[in-house]
Design a protein around this ligand. Sequence first.
Ligand code: UDP
Ligand code: MG
Length: 324
Amino acid sequence: MSKPILWIVIPCYNEENVLPITSPLFLQQLKKMIGEEKISDKSRILFVNDGSKDRTWDIIAELAAKDEHFIGISQSRNRGHQNAVLAGLMEARDVCDITISIDCDGQDDISAMDKMVDEYLNGAEVVYGVRSKRDTDTFFKKFTAESFYKLLNWMGAEVVYNHSDYRLISSRVLEEFADFHEVNIYLRGMVPLVGFKSAIVYYERHERMAGESHYPLSKMLHLAFDGITSLSVKPISIITGIGTIVSLVGIIGIIWAFIVAITGQGQPGWASTICIVCFLGGIQLISIGVIGTYIGKIYMESKHRPRYIISEKTWEPYERHYKG
Ligand code: UDP
Ligand code: MG
């Protein structure tokens, strides 16, 4: 069996300060694994330029000219982190056996790739990189990140705790992933949907080596909202639930107004007004919830996700076909 070909996929957006520092580290790690005969020499480091406005693409082109292990693709404009990673993974899936996606800022421990590849060689098709601690993050970042995971899970989007976009995915899983046709993508929540055997590798997260984060609070909130609404229709069932509660309260309100009216304490017309307000409020919310449920189903249908994915067949035992 020949050695697997690994493509490391790295999204880059306005990273001219950090690329010259981290690119040699990525190359060093790749060459180390090639030297240890873990992976094929055909392995590559793929930079995805996400419509940067600085010298990022020039730097990538220079790197590619210097060492054949460096290659790059450029998106026609900035489309965001998730789309940049997806573009890289889709470019890689036909030509390699495994991909590892990682940010280019050196925050994620590059040496954890050793363990990821080991897990793959032990049979895992997806390996999630999970932060062991968040010491380098500020209290605020830690708090917002933790609330973010809790909210996502509560809302029905299944995500791995403390896992960002540092992960190994085999080309076999990517083949299946390509059948997820949705446009609003949230990789962290979508990869678990594909299934297959997975493993977790813990690593320490460091400070950014240079440059600045592109994820201020506003973008993080946007990502959280996007993640929830892309993966789950739970917000709609919450509306239906609130509608039911409001209706129940409305019925109590109607009974109360009725009692007030027959005991002759209320103003004329008051009881009927309250009855109509309570009744309509509840009915309207429930109706919105019911209509929303249909819209939610249309939304999920419109994604054209695969309805099943087969991982094994008794008459065709799956064997890793290394493209080496
Ligand atoms: N990134 C990208 N497109 C964007 C924003 C960010 O490709 O529109 C890349 C960025 O270059 C980096 C990764 O996504 O490699 C994560 O971004 P960043 O480090 O700014 O986020 P943080 O680690 O602070 O959450
Ligand atoms: Mg970062």
